[in-house]
Design a protein around this ligand. Structure first.
Ligand code: ZN
Length: 221
């Protein structure tokens, strides 16, 4: 039985069953530069399975095959209606809400896989690799391209960004994703991370702040 259930900030439950999580790599220029990656000509997409989901308040467990688990703080989007080869205009009505998420990434494992031309799943799609906050209904954020994200580790700010710095905007990104992968109610889209990714260590206290208002905390085991 799945232990993760979608929830809303102002209500405890959500009727949408957790589905897949579609993510985009390299969507903020400052983050591309910090990892010396080339600027992509179109969004780099990958998928995390529903088994990667956990609640933001659950302890972060780093798999024993990695020594370098990075935090990537990201704006998350909960989808409430099916989107298949959607136009940009069709995307907004299908969005239910926004949240803040971690795209946990085993950077050492990912580097090795990338160098060998192999897929990234072991580095990004492992159990618990996608902690999600409760979602805030979309009316709270009328402009998805003006949402502040911040991540602090042990009280120190590590990542700070605003969705206005995204290279592919939220609605365009979701329309693009739906050309390849049908999005179903309960699916989640992660929209990329701003600069400042770094290694998490055992005992770290992690704080995530969405829109300067919604704060969540977790800890690394
Ligand atoms: Zn990411």
């Amino acid at each position: 039985m799945m232990k993760y259930q979608h929830s809303f900030y102002d209500q405890s439950a959500c009727s949408l069953l957790p589905g897949k999580i579609v993510c985009v790599g390299r969507n903020y220029l400052d983050h591309i530069k910090e990892l010396n990656n080339p600027v992509p000509s179109e969004p780099i997409l990958f998928i995390k399975p529903s088994t990667s989901l956990q609640s933001i308040s659950d302890e972060i467990l780093v798999p024993d095959y990695s020594n370098n688990c990075h935090h990537e703080v990201e704006l998350s989007v909960l989808i409430g209606q099916e989107l298949c080869r959607a136009t940009v205009e069709e995307v907004e009505p299908a969005i239910v809400g926004y949240g803040i998420a971690l795209d946990l990434t085993l950077r050492d494992v990912q580097e090795k896989l990338k160098a060998q031309g192999k897929p990234w799943e072991r580095a990004k799609a492992f159990d618990g690799s996608c902690p999600l906050s409760p979602f805030v209904s979309k009316e709270v954020f009328p402009d998805p391209q003006d949402i502040e994200l911040e991540l602090k580790v042990n009280g120190e700010s590590r990542q700070q960004g605003n969705s206005q710095l995204m290279m592919t905007k939220v609605l365009d990104l979701i329309a693009h994703i739906s050309q390849f992968f049908t999005l179903l109610p309960g699916d989640v889209v992660l929209t990329g991370t701003p600069a400042g990714v770094s290694r998490l260590q055992s005992g770290d206290q992690v704080e995530l702040i969405l829109g300067k208002k919604y704060q969540y905390q977790t800890v690394v085991k």
